[in-house]
Design a protein around this ligand. Structure first.
Ligand code: PXP
Length: 240
């Protein structure tokens, strides 16, 4: 079975909505690990809209499983990764106006630049994963620049509106996974996975890690609501 990387960006999104100190993504990472997370994933964006530099530094010191740093392939981020030494880096495309990471990385058209970044990080002992669509050309290009991992973009599968489309997208992911493994790549997947659509992905032969954020943070907010309100009532009564 694949392992679970828990993406904690959304905890930082809630904090940044008020530019305050809570909820702290470091505390969320500790609790995720207590719940059985096999890894913690955080995306340090160029615009710092959620995770901050301080968070990444503290996560590096506190995460007991493994830390997957998602980042764009910029000089600034490469310098941060080299300084920090995460357990692995996932390179993602980044556009300022997007709500979240939208498409996969275009490895084919940026092969030279990405090859340099992959080489710099891997020479420093940091394995690199490339977040790509399940497209044979992108998979082959990822293998040719010798990334250790790819992360297959499961967004189109997760967003499918009907069963036939979902089955077709799952088939593309299955074929992509098989092709990547045959080319010597290790395979993770993520984006848009939920409690209801995760299982078929978990069954793909050779799938190593699933990175999941939104669905887990959404559920955490709801399953914790009752207790949070009860505790605020206690605080009002001076009984907390
Ligand atoms: N993998 C990558 C590369 C991502 O950018 C994201 C979203 O930050 C995820 C996985 C997690 O996606 P979700 O929050 O939809 O579970």
């Amino acid at each position: 079975m694949p392992t679970l990387g828990v993406n904690i960006d959304h905890i930082a999104t809630i904090r940044q909505a008020r530019r305050t100190v809570e909820p702290d993504p470091i505390a969320a990472a500790v609790l995720a690990e207590l719940g059985g997370a096999d890894g913690i994933t955080a995306h340090l964006r160029e615009d710092r809209r959620h995770i901050q530099d301080r968070d990444i530094r503290l996560l590096r010191q506190t995460v007991r499983t493994h830390l997957n740093l998602e980042m764009a392939a910029t000089d600034e981020m490469v310098a941060i990764a080299l300084d920090l030494g995460p357990n692995y880096v996932t390179l993602v495309p980044e556009r300022r106006e997007e709500v979240t990471t939208e498409g996969g990385l275009d490895v084919v058209s940026q092969q030279e630049r990405l090859a340099q970044v992959v080489d710099t990080l891997q020479q420093a002992g940091i394995p690199v994963s490339l977040f790509i669509d399940a497209d044979p050309a992108q998979i082959d290009a990822s293998a040719s620049i010798r990334a250790q991992f790819i992360e297959l973009h499961t967004g189109p599968y997760a967003d499918a509106r009907d069963e036939a489309t979902q089955a077709k997208e799952l088939q593309l992911l299955a074929a992509g996974c098989e092709r990547a493994i045959a080319a010597g790549l290790r395979v993770n997947a993520g984006h848009g996975l939920t409690y209801w659509n995760v299982r078929p992905l978990a069954l793909l032969p050779g799938m190593e890690e699933l990175n999941i954020g939104h669905s887990i943070v959404s559920r955490a907010a709801l399953v914790g609501m009752e207790r949070a309100v009860r505790e605020m009532k206690l605080a009002i009564r001076g009984e907390y």
